[in-house]
Design a protein around this ligand. Sequence first.
Ligand code: HEC
Ligand code: HEC
Length: 298
Amino acid sequence: MTGFWSIYIAAFVVLNIIGCVGLLWYTAHRRANKVNQAETTGHVWDGNLTELNKPLPRWWINLFYLTIVFSIGYMVIYPGFGSFAGTKAWSSVGQLKAEEAQMQELWNARYARFEGQPIDVLAKDPEAVQVGQNIFANNCAACHGSLGLGAVGYPNLTDDDWLWGGSPDQILTTILNGRAGVMPAWGPALAEGNQLAAVSAYTLSLSGGERNELSVRGAATYNTLCVACHGADGKGMQALGAPNLTDNVWLHGSDPAAITRIIAEGKTNQMPPHGPLLGDTRARLAGAYVWSLRPAGQ
Ligand code: HEC
Ligand code: HEC
């Protein structure tokens, strides 16, 4: 709060208090002048029912004085008088922080045994998986789905197909540090001839699609432009997050039009780092839940 607004508010508070005290004093004073001399409003009903204007009883006025004393005491202890923080220096943010710190302490005490454990070890502990599932629901489900099944552009975490590797350490690294998959846009480079259609047909043929004259022609382009990341055999490269193109699992859609589009337009796909958000132990617990989603027998 700037100096001006602080003074403005403080002045308002003082004026209000003086106003209240003045009003009460005036009421009591008026009464002192008219002891036992009830004023009438001039309204009369049924011939003899007169409406009187009696002052408030003394005890009632004293209650009002008490509320004023209370308000002054309140403003000494709590914030409210301009920018004066009050003797307790209380603030709602401070209270929230203190409560959060208290919760964190409770959490730490309760889940200390999970600290630093590998996610596959944690996944054997039903409580860890349960806590991990809650963390997943709150932090991951918006992108990966509540069951981890993913969506177009968001990988399925329940299959055995991993962009960045499916070992416990690789999964934990993905969660803590995030990942960015960068597929360049090849539209301009493949504009001539029928190159885009050819390389797209070749890509589809890697996953069991038809092999024809067009796809064979695309092989040459693939071997020049794509091998560096997707490998000569098309099996991808986990260090770069380049997907396996031979397993018929498609992150960005499986129809030929979608595959041609991603080759032409490219894609930078980001898994945001969750270490800073969750801290190490919670990230591990989310990882334990992800580990528990693997297909049976893996
Ligand atoms: C804002 C959306 C978003 C959120 C939130 C998110 N992710 Fe992701 N995640 C992604 C995207 C997008 C990718 C794929 C990155 C790529 O294409 O390289 C990904 C990739 C992953 C992978 C790697 C999959 C693979 O095949 O290698 C794992 C594991 C993962 N996320 C787990 C999690 C967990 C656990 C959480 C919660 C703590 C989470 N994600 C939260 C978007 C998100
Ligand atoms: C610099 C490395 C790199 C090069 C070169 C590259 N890609 Fe990719 N490609 C990637 C990455 C990384 C992704 C995953 C993007 C993501 O995370 O969403 C990808 C995704 C794809 C996909 C989508 C896969 C899916 O599951 O939906 C196709 C198809 C593809 N690339 C084909 C190609 C073709 C064809 C070429 C050559 C013309 C090529 N890529 C060249 C890195 C590369």
